[in-house]
Design a protein around this ligand. Structure first.
Ligand SMILES: Cc1cc2nc3c(=O)[nH]c(=O)nc-3n(C[C@H](O)[C@H](O)[C@H](O)COP(=O)(O)OP(=O)(O)OC[C@H]3O[C@@H](n4cnc5c(N)ncnc54)[C@H](O)[C@@H]3O)c2cc1C
Ligand SMILES: *[C@@H]1O[C@H](CO)[C@@H](O)[C@H](O)[C@H]1NC(C)=O
Ligand SMILES: *[C@@H]1O[C@H](CO)[C@@H](O)[C@H](O)[C@H]1NC(C)=O
Ligand SMILES: *[C@@H]1O[C@H](CO)[C@@H](O)[C@H](O)[C@H]1NC(C)=O
Ligand SMILES: *[C@@H]1O[C@H](CO)[C@@H](O)[C@H](O)[C@H]1NC(C)=O
Length: 401
């Protein structure tokens, strides 16, 4: 917290300093731009460096901390759009008053281009789409309309809740957002079977450089093609995407196998390069190499038996066996206390302490066999359950230890 506050202070200072440097003709453009915005966009949604929450919003989705450093070139304003018309207005006013617009959905851009500029002379505003994140799923048609500010995690959750055999092929990082991800491609563990996210787009709504909202039929196939892989930022602002959902089995199988250099890791990586592309498309097998180890990580759209059979035939040297398998449901929740999830279950009281039996429901998902041991420790050090919350470890009564 203290660090965050210091960074915010620093940023504010930097912004004050860099604003001093702008010439008077540039600042009259800026004033005219802000005046133009105010005709359509409520002032609370237009933040300038002079506004108290400018830095907070700016930093809210800076994912690469290089771009909080001094010297980063900042926007003269951030528009926190909540409606499509705000996007149109920002584009129109930007053109009219020579202010560039950089669109930000999830802020994961490796080079920070959605919220920072390399050129200190560039006058630009950030159009922040974080509030445009509605997801509408049509289970019958296996389709969804997804706004650009929705994250992959939000979509996975919504699709999983709608039907357990529906999925969307996209990346593995849950905070990445639709706007950047789909316009650049989007690959993940379903890519071998279903292609990239961009391959599964059926329609899109785009605000073009004239501020018009276009859909697939009005934008034409060339533009529709370009925004699916060419990087949306060069062509307009994509408001939302209509995507095709795909079918997955209710139970899938995963494994992670680690091999060290002294366990032929290098030979295995070499073989993997030939084997992996020829595997059945239901099987995604990647390898993460970090000296001195190689982690072979797989997702198979099927059950363990078949997976073992395939790998023993195609990649026997990996030495994969039944005991490496984990059969799980699709869209599985990350079950890990540091990815806490109260949907897995919450505590209930039994007498004046947390019920051990009830807590097992979520607890064994996080901790497996260690749950009982943790509860025993709790029973010794805090038998009255003073330190308790919705998912605290319950005290295992002495009689049961
Ligand atoms: C931790 C991490 C994990 C990742 N994992 C994967 C992965 O598994 N698979 C994969 O394929 N990629 C992955 N990526 C890369 C990611 O897909 C891209 O960085 C993507 O562009 C991020 O989109 P965003 O909306 O979050 O980022 P932003 O920074 O908001 O946008 C990225 C670019 O797209 C433009 N843009 C954003 N929204 C729009 C819009 N609505 N209309 C037009 N242009 C827009 C921006 O101007 C910017 O140029 C990962 C990145 C990170 C940081
Ligand atoms: C910024 O702060 C003002 C005043 O505290 C508030 O009214 C406004 O909603 C905030 N804007 C955003 C985008 O958070
Ligand atoms: C999910 O979709 C499948 C295939 O259409 C269907 O058979 C199943 O009943 C659906 N399940 C739910 C819970 O809607
Ligand atoms: C193999 O290497 C790993 C990591 O470098 C090490 O921990 C392990 O003891 C080694 N095993 C053998 C049999 O040398
Ligand atoms: C909880 O209940 C037990 C038995 O009912 C009692 O002995 C104990 O003092 C209570 N503890 C607290 C903190 O109220």
């Amino acid at each position: 917290m203290a660090t965050t506050r210091r960074v915010i202070l620093l940023l504010t200072l930097i912004c004050i300093l860099c604003n001093k440097g702008t010439s008077s003709s540039a600042s009259s453009d800026v004033d005219a731009f802000l005046g133009c915005l105010s005709a359509d966009i409520p002032p609370r949604l237009v933040l300038t460096p002079a506004t108290s929450n400018y830095s907070e919003l700016l930093l809210s989705s800076v994912r690469n901390l290089r771009y909080v450093l001094p010297g980063t070139v900042r926007p003269l304003a951030i528009v926190a759009a909540t409606e499509a018309t705000h996007v149109q207005t920002t584009v129109i006013c930007g053109r009219r008053h020579s202010v560039r617009v950089r669109t930000r959905s999830g802020g994961h851009d490796y080079e920070g281009l959605s919220y920072a500029s390399l050129d200190p002379q560039q006058q630009f505003a950030v159009l922040d789409l974080a509030e445009l994140r509605t997801i509408r799923i049509d289970v019958e048609r296996a389709e969804a309309w997804v706004e650009s500010g929705a994250s992959l995690g939000e979509l996975y959750y919504a699709v999983g809740a709608a039907n357990r055999t529906l999925a969307f092929p996209a990346g593995s990082c849950p905070t990445v957002c639709f706007g950047g991800h789909l316009s650049g491609g989007g690959f993940g563990s379903l890519a071998r079977k279903y292609g990239l996210s961009a391959d599964n787009v059926l329609d899109a709504l785009v605000v073009d450089a004239q501020g018009r909202i276009l859909d697939r039929s009005t934008m034409g196939e060339e533009l529709f093609w370009a925004i699916r892989g060419g990087g949306g930022e060069s062509f307009g602002v994509v408001l939302s995407w209509k995507v095709r959902l795909v079918r997955v089995p209710e139970i899938v199988t995963v494994f992670g196998i680690r091999r060290f250099r002294n366990q032929s890791a290098i030979d295995l990586i070499t073989k993997w390069q030939d084997v992996a592309p020829a595997l059945p498309r239901d099987l995604y097998l990647r390898v993460l190499v970090q000296n001195p180890q190689a982690d072979f990580v797989a997702l198979f759209l099927g059950r363990c038996d078949r997976l073992v059979h395939i790998l023993q035939r195609r990649f026997p040297d990996l030495g994969m066996t039944q005991s490496d398998c984990q059969e799980i449901s699709w869209n599985p929740r990350a079950v890990y206390v540091n990815y806490r999830d109260l949907d897995l279950g919450t505590n209930e009281l039994e007498g004046n302490v947390t019920s051990y039996e009830k807590a097992k429901v979520w607890g064994e998902k996080y901790f497996k066999g260690n749950f009982e041991r943790l509860a025993a420790v709790k029973g010794k050090v805090d038998p009255d359950d003073f330190f308790r919350n919705e998912q605290s470890i319950p005290p295992l009564p002495a009689a049961k230890r």
